[in-house]
Design a protein around this ligand. Structure first.
Ligand code: NAD
Ligand code: 0WE
Length: 253
């Protein structure tokens, strides 16, 4: 289905990452991949994972660095020339901002969360735009905390609101080049980004009790929907935020 197609994946940290689940699904469907890492600690995990798919395309990109974004574009151009899509699976807020009261969010914490988690989608898409083929697809990962208050999600909720709005403005902007931009809003999954979040286990239990499907969301659930949005099955869809949440968001009481 994706034979001969090439996708860049940002945000694989380990074998539990949502980005990795999407990468495995893409690989199984015949796609060629490239991966980025933010620092050396993550590089040590990403390289072996990439190699397990027979992939040598691994490059540093801290999305807070304009130089890294420029060298990422140069790397992709040298390896591939043109390519077919981007999986943006990156988010970060300072730990204190996911623990303190929301009114204690610092200017620095706000800037970091919004820069890494929202602006990076604009920057990455913009830098790579000349290399994206017509009919290519960009996806990003978001969370319900953008539109509903989720205890402790705090400034990340503000960042995800900015990310989802950016998806709409990007979709409107790059649509004339035949490029689509969509967000997948996943329910809670125990990944690295979820580790160390107080009471995450309890959140998963609550979610599985309340969600219409009476279970938690799996990495495979997200990966399957990601393939739909990355491929031609979704050719008429852009600027959307799609829930992959076992129906959790529809419940009032
Ligand atoms: P993860 O920790 O595996 O992935 C987050 C990635 O962001 C890591 O690879 C990390 O290295 C990367 N990153 C952080 N700062 C960066 C920077 N400055 N430059 C480049 N990369 C940077 O966790 P995950 O749960 O797979 O998260 C992936 C995406 O899914 C995030 O956008 C997250 O908000 C979103 N999401 C997660 C859940 C969940 O419950 N796990 C639910 C909905 C949405
Ligand atoms: O987007 C996320 C997590 C994003 C995240 C996680 C961390 C933990 C480690 C961003 N930055 C950091 N910084 C760190 O230092 N999710 C959707 C998962 C998540 O995180 C929560 C959640 C859910 C769900 C935090 C509080 C409440 C719910």
């Amino acid at each position: 289905m994706f034979k001969g197609k090439k996708f860049l994946v940002l945000g694989v940290a380990n074998d539990m990452s949502i980005g990795w689940a999407i990468s495995q699904a893409l690989h199984s469907s015949g796609a060629e991949l490239a991966f980025t890492f933010v620092n050396e600690a993550i590089e040590k995990r990403v390289r072996p994972l990439a190699q397990s798919l027979g992939c040598e395309n691994v490059v540093k990109c801290d999305v807070q660095s304009d130089d890294d974004l420029t060298s990422l574009a140069q790397y992709i151009e040298s390896k591939w020339g043109k390519f077919d899509g981007i999986v943006h699976s990156v988010a970060y807020a300072e730990r204190e901002d996911l623990k303190n009261r929301f009114h204690q969010t610092t200017r620095k914490g706000f800037q970091t969360a919004l820069d890494v988690s929202a602006y990076s989608l604009i920057a990455v898409t913009g830098k790579l735009l000349p290399l994206l083929t017509p009919n290519s697809s960009v996806i990003t990962l978001t969370y319900l905390g953008s539109e509903r208050v989720v205890t402790n999600y705090n400034v990340m909720g503000v960042a995800k609101a900015a990310l989802e709005a950016s998806v709409r403005y990007l979709a409107a902007d790059v649509g004339e080049q035949g490029i689509r931009v969509n967000a997948l809003s996943a329910g809670p999954i125990k990944t690295l980004a979820a580790s160390g979040i107080p009471k995450f286990r309890e959140m998963l239990t609550h979610f599985a009790e309340k969600a219409p499907l009476k279970r938690n969301v799996t990495l495979e659930d997200v990966a399957r929907t990601a393939l739909f949005y990355l491929g031609e099955s979704s050719n008429g869809i852009t600027g959307e935020v799609t829930y992959i949440d076992c129906g959790f968001n529809i419940i009032g009481m």
